[in-house]
Design a protein around this ligand. Sequence first.
Ligand SMILES: CC(C)(COP(=O)(O)OP(=O)(O)OC[C@H]1O[C@@H](n2cnc3c(N)ncnc32)[C@H](O)[C@@H]1OP(=O)(O)O)[C@@H](O)C(=O)NCCC(=O)NCCS
Length: 204
Amino acid sequence: MRGGFPWGIGRRLAGVRANKSCMELTIREERPDDCRTVGELVEAAFRPLAFSDHTEHLLVARLRRSEAFVPGLSLVAEAEGRLVGHVLLTRLEVVAEDRSAATVLGVVPLSVLPGLQNRGIGSALLREAHRRAVRAGFGAALLVGHADYYPRFGYVPASRFGIRFPFDAPDACCLAAELVPGSLGGVHGTVRYPAAFFGETPEA
Ligand SMILES: CC(C)(COP(=O)(O)OP(=O)(O)OC[C@H]1O[C@@H](n2cnc3c(N)ncnc32)[C@H](O)[C@@H]1OP(=O)(O)O)[C@@H](O)C(=O)NCCC(=O)NCCS
């Protein structure tokens, strides 16, 4: 099946792009018994990447146990009985100069198993996460990520909204998306990550 899948809500998704084959994909909320496999999946996804510090799986574990965690916004992609992708959206704040804070979501991180990348799994996960985020009352999402990948989902440089990240990252990689049009109007300042983002590793 070619692009433009009718990805629906929380349901079985037929026809993930593959070279010549199709596989049925389900996007669903992560369950407690998925956590170990999700950790392995995230670690595997980032293992080949030179820019990674290879601790993203530990970050996911910390965020899952933090106040920034939003139940229902840690999603897995399942195909043929195994987990093939994961996305986690957690609360972030954008703090203005007058110290007022706006709550948005951070995408930290998006992961697809190396052997199954470029088949639409990451796209399906992120689009479904956006839909669920809106239903949960969130209007915007921020991330630091691939400048060539995320614009297709509505992400633009966060600097356009006057939002800065506390990292030394290229402007083109510091991205924001209005999941609800206009939701970032009046939101500006510096992104404040939850303590868990920088915290210590929880015990397994
Ligand atoms: C990045 C990632 C999540 C994308 O998920 P995916 O399922 O492989 O990608 P999709 O099938 O949804 O999308 C494929 C498209 O994205 C592009 N793409 C995939 N990975 C990309 C990357 N790292 N940078 C830029 N574009 C990328 C492909 O070229 C393809 O483009 P096309 O539709 O124009 O042909 C996945 O490759 C992954 O887990 N990578 C390792 C971990 C990572 O980098 N996570 C994101 C951190 S910001």
